[in-house]
Design a protein around this ligand. Structure first.
Ligand code: ADP
Length: 475
């Protein structure tokens, strides 16, 4: 009994540590907007890099022709072809082929990696080409989604700042990514040209905008997390005299590295960070994304096991880092059976913990809930932070339409769409519901109806092909 009380104590402490009251979320919203300002004011002015993309126009549905894209940025590598029919028919056909990256290439040389990419592309193009496709003299154009931090030189070129996500190819750092691909394609005799180099959030934004012109931001919540949005060029103070036709530019926030003292942080987060390969880095991502949520839950359960015997005395598998993946906590969280059969199965199969009593299984579900709810609500606050920065959260006088006299008119409030992509938002129902709910809660019932969160799929690749179309030299 005393031991059970200790376990309940661990849960209580977790709940308090993970508190995301509306007041606290508003502080996170403000902090996000402030950091965005700081990151735009000067290079290194914030933990948010706020990288320029040189993408100043987004596809709008008028694009025509056949375009390709490559998407490199995680465990899978994708090759994409889209056929666009212009205003009426829009995306006539698209094809996405996924292929895992052979692990040895992730730590090889840039030449080996890009030879593999060019070969995959060449085979795809051959398979996909039929005579009716393209006049032979027409050069094929390609969008390249490369989801690692890049210092862009133009919309179609940029230099790799550093590798992440398990890639480490030293000779690539500081090199022009498009040039590496271009060289490999020339070697293969492949007549294609890179006309857009973007990261995955920008691809998602492009596809979102193609479908719905009110789309102004995109968020990825998968293994990692990041966001981008359309900023006014005159607000990008660190780059004076930036001129674009549209007066705007997409900014890649690299928001996974956001940090604020208002974020509700627990001892589990501190330990996870300290034991990670990149301590003090990607603080927001470590509280939100799929790579980490399972491991936060594992750490709480381990603590409970240490305080008591609820998981029996052989709970050693709980001390194995990353043994509990996020899809498993989603499965336990979604378990609707009265006796929590799925929870029981996962505890047995993954953690080798047998015969856990029902009330302890309920506790496990509760831990998943607390950790996931915090993640979803913090992501929601981040999104509203972006809306606040661009005057779409209903709080700033001129853009929201709230009259100066303090009246409640929202007649000038514009419809605003945020495209969201990634395994967590797409597949983890409770995460998605908590996120939607928190965005509405922070905005309030008057403004919330103007803001649409739209789930997107394969945007990172298809969006890059659309950007190739809108940046095509034949336009
Ligand atoms: P990536 O971010 O690796 O490019 P995804 O956007 O598909 O790819 O995200 C994959 C991540 O999403 C996984 O690492 C996992 O953490 C999370 N995920 C996938 N499926 C689920 C699920 N059913 N429930 C919860 N999380 C999931």
């Amino acid at each position: 009994r005393r031991k059970w009380n200790r376990v309940v104590g661990v849960l209580k402490e977790l709940e308090e540590g993970c508190s995301t009251s509306i007041g606290r979320l508003r502080q996170v919203v403000d902090a996000m907007a402030v950091e965005m300002h700081a990151g735009l004011a000067s290079e290194g002015g914030s933990k948010l890099k706020m990288l320029l993309t040189y993408i100043d126009s987004l596809p709008d549905g008028n694009e025509k022709g056949t375009y390709y894209a490559l998407d490199l940025g995680g465990t899978n590598f994708r090759v994409v072809k889209v056929q666009l029919g212009g205003k009426r028919s829009r995306i006539v056909r698209h094809k996405v082929e996924r292929q895992p990256i052979p692990p040895h290439l992730m730590t090889s040389t840039s030449e080996e990696l890009f030879d593999f990419i060019a070969l995959t592309l060449e085979q795809f193009v051959e398979r996909e080409t039929n005579s009716s496709d393209l006049p032979l003299d027409k050069k094929r154009e390609l969008g390249f989604t490369f989801s690692f931090p890049v210092r862009q030189l133009s919309a179609s070129s940029g230099i790799l700042i550093k590798w992440t996500k398990g890639f480490l190819i030293e000779d690539m750092i500081g090199k022009d990514v498009s040039e590496c691909l271009q060289q490999a394609m020339i070697k293969k005799g492949l007549d294609m040209r890179v006309v857009a180099l973007v990261n995955d959030t920008v691809g998602t934004l492009a596809l979102g905008h193609y479908h719905d012109a009110d789309t102004v931001a995109a968020v990825i919540i998968g293994t990692g997390t990041n966001a981008c949005y359309v900023e006014r060029t005159d607000a990008i103070i660190k780059c004076q005299g930036l001129l674009t036709n549209s007066g705007g530019m997409v900014v890649n926030m690299e928001w996974g590295n956001f940090w604020s003292s208002h974020l509700p942080r627990t001892s589990y987060d501190i330990d996870l960070d300290a034991e990670s390969p990149n301590p003090y880095d990607q603080g927001f991502e470590k509280m939100i994304s799929g790579m980490y949520l399972g491991d936060i839950v594992r750490r709480v359960l381990l603590r409970m096991a240490q305080e008591s015997d609820i998981f029996g005395d052989v709970a050693s598998s709980l001390s194995v880092p990353f043994i509990l993946r996020t899809p498993l906590i989603a499965a336990m969280h979604d378990d609707n059976s009265p006796d929590l059969r799925e929870v029981d199965r996962i505890l047995k199969d993954t953690l080798q913990i047998q015969e856990v009593p029902l009330k302890a299984r309920m506790l496990v579900v509760r831990v998943c809930d607390v950790v996931t709810r915090r993640a979803a609500r913090l992501a929601a606050a981040g999104i509203v932070g972006i809306l606040k920065k661009i005057g779409r959260d209903g709080s700033s006088g001129s853009t929201s339409g709230r009259s100066k006299s303090g009246g409640e008119s929202t007649n000038k409030m514009r419809r605003t769409v945020v495209a969201i992509e990634g395994g967590l938002f797409a597949s983890y129902t409770m995460f998605r519901e908590y996120l939607n709910e928190a965005v509405a809660e922070i905005l309030g019932e008057e403004i919330a109806p103007y803001v649409v969160l739209r789930a997107s799929e394969d945007g990172s690749g298809i969006g890059a092909a659309l950007l190739a179309a809108s940046h095509s030299s034949s336009n």
